[in-house]
Design a protein around this ligand. Structure first.
Ligand code: SF4
Ligand code: SF4
Length: 55
């Protein structure tokens, strides 16, 4: 499993990219997740200021 990014809500702030211990997140216009790298730790879900990431 991996987190889900709601691209309509993401403001591309980059906070989650810095929070991810797996370097599973990157910005490509909006945030995108590398589903193979994500370990579902939840750090990005809590860090996103606009709640664009769901577990
Ligand atoms: S849940 Fe954890 S490992 Fe997965 S993308 Fe978010 S911060 Fe990275
Ligand atoms: S923290 Fe939220 S708004 Fe910021 S880049 Fe990540 S998903 Fe987008």
């Amino acid at each position: 499993m991996a987190v889900t990014i709601n691209a309509d809500d993401c403001i591309a702030c980059g906070v989650c990219v810095d929070e991810c211990p797996q370097n599973a997140l990157s910005l490509d216009g909006v945030c995108v997740v590398d589903e193979d790298a994500c370990i579902d730790c939840g750090s990005c879900v809590d860090a996103c200021p606009v709640e664009a990431i769901s577990a």
